[in-house]
Structure formats: C-alpha cells, structure tokens
Design a binder for this molecule. Structure first.
Ligand code: DQA
Length: 145
C-alpha cells in the first residue's frame, strides 16, 4: 500500500519520559520519542499522526475516530494496557490492523503487567526494545498488512 496512514497512540505518563523511572524507560524525553517515530515513518515511507493522552476516554475516542481515516494503529496504552477493556473494545470495534508497543519488557516485570487487554486486539507486540519497538511496529504494519 502506498503511503499508509498510521495513528500512533501513547498512553498515560509517557509524557514524562526522561524524568520517569529512567532506569526502566531511559533518559530520552517524550519529544525525542515523537521525533524518533516521525523519522522512522519517513524512512519507511508511511504517514504518522503521533498523539499522547493521560485519559482513557480520549484514547478510546481517538481509536474510534481512526476508522476511515487511518490504515493502522500503533499503540502503547501504558498502564491502561493492563486494565482497559474499553481500549480493547474500541480496537475491536474499528478492526484496523493494530500493533502493541511497550518500551520495557512487561513480561519480565511485575505479574500485573503480564496481562494485556489491548494486546488481545493487536496482531503483534514489540516489547523491551525501547524506542526501536515503534519502528518495528511501523515496519510490521507497512510490510505485513
Ligand atoms: C509501558 C509498560 C506499562 O506496564 C507501564 O504502565 C507504562 C509503560 C512500557 O512502555 O513499557 O506506563 O507500556
């Protein structure tokens, strides 16, 4: 597909990257993550709209609005990964190809991070790769779907 349009969503507290638990999430800030994602998209020849919200309902609305406007979704739902049936249902409702990303390796952390609701509606998960996980997700969407 030419110029796939991909919506990249980041959930709560990712705006505090750099400040937030740098031993787990690294020292680069959220602006650096957005720049990294835009650069990756340019290299891969896709269009991205990168957004972050601390609010579950806002993320649900952005997923709903993606229907008909985007060809795929890359989502790091952050803490909502492990709690949000609403985000899972929104992803299932629009049925766009979706890829889950986590900066850290959630499966190597506390047991409550081992469950992913959003992941149940995603084709693939990239975890523990830091920023690079977003590039892998964009690449997967542009090549596989
Ligand atoms: C995270 C992992 C989640 O468990 C956590 O709540 C986050 C970030 C990650 O990118 O590693 O906020 O999604």
């Amino acid at each position: 597909m030419q110029h796939m349009r991909i919506l990249v969503l980041n959930g709560p507290n990712l705006n505090l990257l750099g400040l937030r638990e740098p031993d787990i999430y690294g020292t680069r800030n959220y602006a650096a993550l957005e720049t990294f994602i835009r650069q990756a998209a340019q290299e891969l020849g896709c269009e991205v709209d990168v957004r972050q919200s601390n609010h579950e309902g806002v993320l649900v609305e952005w997923i709903q609005e993606a229907y008909g406007k985007f060809d795929g979704i890359v989502i790091n739902p952050a803490a909502y990964t492990h709690t949000s049936v609403a985000i899972l249902d929104a992803l299932k409702a629009v049925a766009l190809p979706a890829i889950e990303v986590h900066l850290s390796d959630v499966d190597a952390r506390e047991p409550f991070r081992h469950v992913s609701y959003a992941g149940m509606a995603c084709q693939k998960t990239f975890k523990g790769l830091g920023f690079e996980g977003y590039k892998c997700a964009l690449q997967y969407l542009t090549e596989e779907s």
